[in-house]
Design a binder for this molecule. Structure first.
Ligand SMILES: C[S@@+](CC[C@H](N)C(=O)[O-])C[C@H]1O[C@@H](n2cnc3c(N)ncnc32)[C@H](O)[C@@H]1O
Length: 295
C-alpha cells in the first residue's frame, strides 16, 4: 500500500463541515481524534502536521466520520476516554466517564493527603474503573476492590489496570447490590476485612428522564449505569444501609450525586447513621460529591 504524505488539515477540512452540519460542537477535535485513531497515533494529531496515509486509511477515516455524524460519540467509536491523568479503555457495558466525576478524586485526595497511607478502597459500581484506578495512581500503597454487576465492565477494569501496571493492587467482584447479601458475600471474599473508603458514582437519573437525555447518552451509555429508579435515588437507598457493615469505624464515603440531589442524599445518609463531613462542587458550581463518615 502506497502511503501519501498529506497535511492533516487537507484531510479533515471537508469532514469538519460534515460534522458541524450534524450538530457536533467539537468538529475539528473529533476529526483529529478519529484520524489519530485510524493512524494508531498515541497522541492527538495537530491540525497542521504532516502524516503518511494510505487510501484504505482515508476510507476508514471517512467511515468513522459518518458514524460520528449519526450521533455516535467519539469515545464510543475509539473505545477510549481521557479521565484524570490517563486514557481508559471502554466497552459497551461501561459508562463513558464524565469529567465531573473527577471531583470524587479531588475530594478523596483532600481528605487523604498522605499518598503513602495504606488504604483499602471500594469502588462501588466501578464501570471502566476510572475512579478506583485514578486513586491507585495517586495513593501509592493503597488497594482498590472494584465491584460491579456487569462482568464485561470488570473485564475492562482488568485491562485498564494491567495497562497502567496497577493490577497487583486491584481486586474484582461481580456482585449485584440489589441482592440481599451482597455485603456478606463481599466480606466473605475478603476474609472479613473491612474497607477504609468507599467511592461511588451510582446510577442517579430518574427513569422517566432518561428518554429525554441527549442521544449520545441515552443511546450509548448502558441503561443500568444511568437508571436511578423512579426518583433517581434508588441506588443510594439500596447501598447506604450496608455501609456501616462493610466499613471500619471512622471510614469515609465519597458519593457522586446528580444536580439538586444533595438534600435527599444527605437525608438518606442520616437515616443510615452516617455523619456528614462536607460536600464538593464541580466546575459549574453544582454540588457533585457528598462526603460522609461512619461513626
Ligand atoms: C454511573 S455508572 C458509574 C461508572 C464509573 N464508576 C464511572 O464513574 O464512570 C454506575 C455503575 O454502577 C453499576 N451498577 C448499576 N446497578 C448495579 C447493581 N445493582 N449492582 C452493582 N453495580 C451496579 C453499573 O454497571 C455502572 O457501572
Amino acid at each position: 500500500m502506497i502511503k501519501k504524505k498529506l497535511d492533516v488539515f487537507s484531510l479533515i477540512k471537508s469532514e469538519i463541515e460534515v460534522l458541524k452540519k450534524s450538530g457536533s460542537e467539537t468538529a475539528s477535535l473529533d476529526c483529529r481524534l478519529l484520524l489519530s485513531y485510524v493512524l494508531e497515533k498515541k497522541s492527538t494529531l495537530y491540525t497542521h502536521e504532516n502524516v503518511y496515509i494510505t487510501d484504505d486509511e482515508i476510507k476508514k477515516f471517512k467511515v468513522l466520520i459518518s458514524e460520528r455524524s449519526l450521533g455516535k460519540p467519539v469515545s464510543r467509536i475509539i473505545n477510549k476516554r481521557n479521565f484524570w491523568k490517563r486514557d481508559f479503555k471502554l466497552n459497551e457495558e461501561v459508562l463513558d466517564p464524565r469529567q465531573d466525576t473527577e471531583v470524587l478524586i479531588t475530594a478523596v485526595l483532600k481528605y487523604y493527603s498522605n499518598i503513602f497511607d495504606k488504604l483499602d478502597i471500594l469502588d462501588l459500581g466501578s464501570g471502566s474503573g476510572c475512579i478506583g484506578l485514578s486513586l491507585l495512581e495517586e495513593l501509592k500503597n493503597s488497594n482498590v476492590s472494584f465491584l460491579d454487576v456487569s462482568k464485561k465492565s470488570l473485564e475492562i477494569v482488568k485491562i485498564n489496570a494491567t495497562e497502567y501496571n496497577l493490577e497487583h493492587r486491584s481486586a474484582y467482584f461481580q456482585l449485584n447490590w440489589n441482592s440481599k447479601n451482597w455485603d456478606s458475600d463481599l466480606l466473605k471474599f475478603r476474609n472479613k476485612s473491612k474497607f477504609d473508603i468507599i467511592v461511588t458514582n451510582p446510577p442517579y437519573i430518574p427513569t422517566d428522564e432518561i428518554k429525554s437525555l441527549q442521544r449520545e447518552v441515552k443511546d450509548f451509555d448502558p441503561f443500568v449505569a444511568l437508571d436511578g429508579g423512579l426518583d433517581g435515588l434508588m441506588a443510594y437507598k439500596t447501598i447506604f444501609p450496608k455501609f456501616n457493615r462493610i466499613l471500619k469505624n471512622g471510614s469515609k464515603i465519597f458519593v457522586e450525586i446528580g444536580m439538586g440531589q444533595e438534600d435527599m442524599v444527605i437525608k438518606i445518609g442520616y437515616e443510615n447513621n452516617l455523619l456528614l463531613l462536607g460536600y464538593e462542587k464541580d466546575l459549574s458550581g453544582i454540588v457533585r460529591v457528598i462526603v460522609f463518615m461512619t461513626k
